[in-house]
Design a protein around this ligand. Structure first.
Ligand code: ADP
Length: 780
């Protein structure tokens, strides 16, 4: 096999490297950079690099990577998943491929499941890269006490992402990625290209958390107190006298008299002035809420919350969002408490995030059993790496019971037996409440123990790290403290090492293997035991019918199950559960692909805007984009344009203070030209208000970016919605993905058009103020 051949060469070269001075060894980095530059044969580069960093590991960290670790490192370098058992030294393995990948690609990532582990590994091995002249960054999020009151630090991010090797957690990387995409200027961009990532605990990241979305919501906006007063005021108005509605009843506007009444009501002689822009905006929203939106047709009130309804079939559009502020205006109209305004700005799933990398690789102690899925979804093969020392751990056959009670009883008996011998015990449960139950039992038996259910990875890892001492008893869920090595004290080793007790059949075999892998690391002694019952979740969920008769008949029996068929059902149930989860991930992936493509197009528009260099460029882009909106407007009512509808369109899109000229004949004859002039005049006025050309460009760009982000965020929510709906309908022999594609495209087209409309409105109707040196945007 190729990897073994490479290992042999690396071993030979390592004899040579031993003789180098420190300076000579460090010089290898420069030599390698040159070799890469000159495109020398990859094999030579790999052998040279691995032998050098291996020797450096020994000199700087005091650890010389074993042959198995080198094989693991090679597998990772070639973009595979290496199954490396717990305790075999994955942190050290990572140094080998990362060093070389960094030299080849410029930036590479080591991604772990939480910031604590990322930082720990950075502290453990970071020195060796530095020593070899490769830059490295701790990309983790500042700890809680550090972030209090701190704003997002773009400068720090820039320096992090300029490093060649970045240690980071999947969550922090995901959020950074989203924030970078949302940045409003090129100066704030910091993300490096996503060439290569080595994922530690790869099955947890790519399978177990795959569908989890990361969501950036624009925190609560400053709450306006205009909603209530505006709502009160519009109750006093009469249709035709104070406001007019269009025939289709989808548009409403104030009459002269309505405006006069508002001026009088609020004692503001200059309501239409910029200073009262916000109030005016709320009055319009309140008027819309009162006149256009009907309770139980457009929205309903469900358990104290306003929920949008789909007009076509009256279904609740869960989580769907209305134009910003309209929701609150409805709440005011209905006399409800007004909820703070927040907004989902962007979201991404881990699956989606990591598929954007040019190349991935991963490590885990439990990857082989999921190889099919890794190959099918990520095109990642799994290479099993032998343990350095032979495994002597004993995995005892699982004991199966009928009822939960008899299982717990047997489990506790085992705990007492092992505890009497002072064996360190790790009791693994499937859920937090079961771990609490066991904690109670142990308490009543007088067995002191640690219970792990805190959601803090630091604490989890510390407790797990301590779990290998003489007589220590620890209760945890399978995932708790994952990635932390349990070190056995010599005394604990002498009494037989760690005993892992798994207290139920789990939803996925990997979780059990993960738990078992905690014991007997690095050739140490250890045992694993499993206790299962027909009342375990996975059996109840997936095997109920098959075993019901047996269960009813033997329910009272407390002895172990002997029946072969029933014993087999435990494995079958687990298999079904695994396949179901796999199916869900495959489906989610297909949906994700659609949104990925759409997101790409929105991102392209964004980049186009960010790259604008002059106001005239920006203005023509806005106008060009707006053509479909203008077309749609002009084609309405079979092309019969009235001066009134023209006037309304201008008020809605181009100029709040527009006065129609006495003679509108010209305008009606060439409305497109006319609208363009109004638009340009309106922007001319805007420019005059801002005064400064550079600031005006900034204003235009931000107005456009806001439009894109707003519509994309609406699209994201719409797609999530759609996914749920389509999935629910899938039983009716329809292929959900096909239907999803169709609907997603429709909604994409709509949001694209809305983006252009908002660009027009934001730039023509928005206002910009400078307060304390900060630019504040008020958008229509
Ligand atoms: P894993 O993440 O694979 O469970 P760790 O990276 O936590 O393992 O390493 C487990 C322990 O093995 C650590 O204490 C580490 O120092 C030690 N170790 C790793 N590689 C070597 C090596 N080549 N020689 C000696 N000790 C090693």
């Amino acid at each position: 096999m190729k990897l073994k051949k490479l290992l042999k060469k690396i071993n030979q070269l390592n004899d040579e490297k031993k003789g180098l001075t420190d300076a000579q060894l460090q010089f290898q980095t420069i030599k390698l950079r040159e070799m890469i530059e000159k495109n020398e044969q990859e094999e030579n580069i790999v052998v040279e690099a691995f032998a050098s960093i291996r020797e450096a590991d020994f000199r700087v960290l005091g650890l010389f990577p074993t042959d198995e670790q080198v094989l693991g490192g090679l597998a990772l370098y070639y973009g595979k998943i290496a199954e490396i058992k717990t305790g075999e030294g994955k942190s050290l393995v990572a140094t080998l491929p990362l060093y070389l990948k960094a030299l080849c690609l410029g930036t590479v990532f080591l991604v772990t499941t939480n910031d604590y582990l990322a930082r720990r590994d950075y502290d453990r091995v970071g020195k060796v890269y530095q020593w070899m002249g490769v830059s490295i960054a701790d990309g983790t999020h500042p700890q809680e006490d550090e972030i209090e009151g701190h704003e997002f630090d773009f400068e720090k991010k820039k320096s992090t992402y300029a490093s060649e090797i970045i240690y980071i957690s999947n969550t922090t990387l995901g959020f950074d990625y989203l924030i970078d995409l949302l940045s409003e200027s090129e100066e704030n961009k910091f993300m490096s290209p996503l060439h290569f990532a080595l994922l530690d605990e790869v099955d947890q990241i790519l399978l177990d958390s795959a569908q989890q979305p990361l969501i950036i919501s624009g925190g609560a906006k400053v709450q306006s107190n205009y909603y209530q007063v505006s709502s009160d005021f519009v109750q006093l108005l009469q249709e035709k006298q104070h406001f007019n509605m269009s025939e289709e009843k989808d548009s409403v506007w104030f009459t002269e008299e309505g405006i006069e009444k508002a001026k009088w009501y609020f004692s503001l002689p200059n309501l239409l002035d910029e200073t009262h822009f916000l109030l005016y905006q709320h009055l319009v929203l309140a008027l819309k809420a009162r006149t256009l939106l009907k309770k139980d047709r457009d929205y309903m009130i469900d358990r104290g919350k306003v929920k949008l309804l789909d007009r076509r079939d009256g279904r609740i559009l869960e989580g769907n969002k209305m134009q910003s502020g309209l929701h609150q205006s409805i709440e005011a109209k209905e006399g409800m408490t007004i909820t703070p305004e927040t907004q989902t700005l962007s979201s991404i799933t881990y699956q989606n995030l990591f598929r954007r990398f040019g190349q991935l690789s991963g490590m885990s102690g439990t990857a082989k059993v999921a190889e099919d899925e890794f190959i099918n979804t990520y095109n990642l093969k799994v290479v099993s790496i032998k343990t350095h020392k032979k495994k002597i751990r004993k995995d005892h056959r699982s004991q199966k019971y009928i009822s939960f009670e008899s299982k717990v009883e047997a489990t506790l008996k085992k705990v007492c037996e092992l505890y009497a011998h002072k064996r360190p015990i790790l009791l693994i449960t499937g859920s937090v409440d079961i771990s609490e139950l066991f904690s109670m039992y142990l308490l009543s038996l007088g067995i002191p123990h640690n219970l792990l259910n805190a959601k803090s990875s630091v604490k989890e890892s510390l407790i797990i790290g301590e779990a290998g001492r003489l007589g220590a008893v620890t209760i945890a869920t399978a995932m708790a403290g994952r990635g932390t090595d349990i070190k056995l004290s010599p005394a604990a080793q002498a009494v037989g090492g760690l005993a892992v007790i798994i207290t139920e059949r789990m939803m996925n075999q990997r979780f059990e293997l993960q738990a078992k892998g905690r014991a007997g690391r690095q050739g140490e002694p250890g045992d694993t035991y499993s206790f299962e019952s027909l009342e375990d979740d996975v059996i109840r969920l997936y095997m109920q019918n098959e075993i019901q008769k047996y269960y009813d008949k033997h329910r009272q029996k407390t002895s172990e199950i002997k029946n072969f068929r029933i014993k087999k059902s435990f494995g079958l149930a687990q298999k079904i559960s695994e396949e179901k989860a796999y199916g869900q991930r495959i489906n989610a992936l297909k949906f994700d692909n659609v949104s990925l493509l759409q997101k790409k197009k929105f991102d392209e528009s964004r980049s186009e805007v960010l790259a604008l260099r002059s106001t005239s460029q920006a203005i023509s882009l806005i106008w060009d984009n707006a053509q479909p909106i203008i077309d749609e407007f002009l084609n309405q009512g079979k092309g019969k344009l009235t001066s009134e509808s023209l006037f309304r369109f201008i008020l809605d899109h181009l100029d709040y203070n527009y006065q129609l000229p006495d003679n509108t004949l010209d305008a009606l004859q060439n409305p497109r030209m006319f609208l363009k002039e109004v638009f340009e005049e309106s922007l001319e006025k805007q420019k005059h208000r801002v005064k400064d050309e550079a600031l005006f460009l900034q204003f235009l760009k931000r107005g456009m970016i806001k439009a894109i982000d707003f519509c994309w965020s609406a699209q994201v929510e719409g797609l999530n919605q759609l996914q749920a709906v389509v999935n629910a309908r899938s039983s009716a022999q329809k292929r959900p993905i096909i239907e999803f594609n169709k609907e997603a495209q429709k909604s994409y087209d709509y949001q694209k058009k809305e983006t252009s409309r908002l660009m027009l409105k934001n730039t023509a109707l928005g206002r910009m103020q400078i307060k304390k040196g900060k630019v504040i945007l008020t958008l229509p």
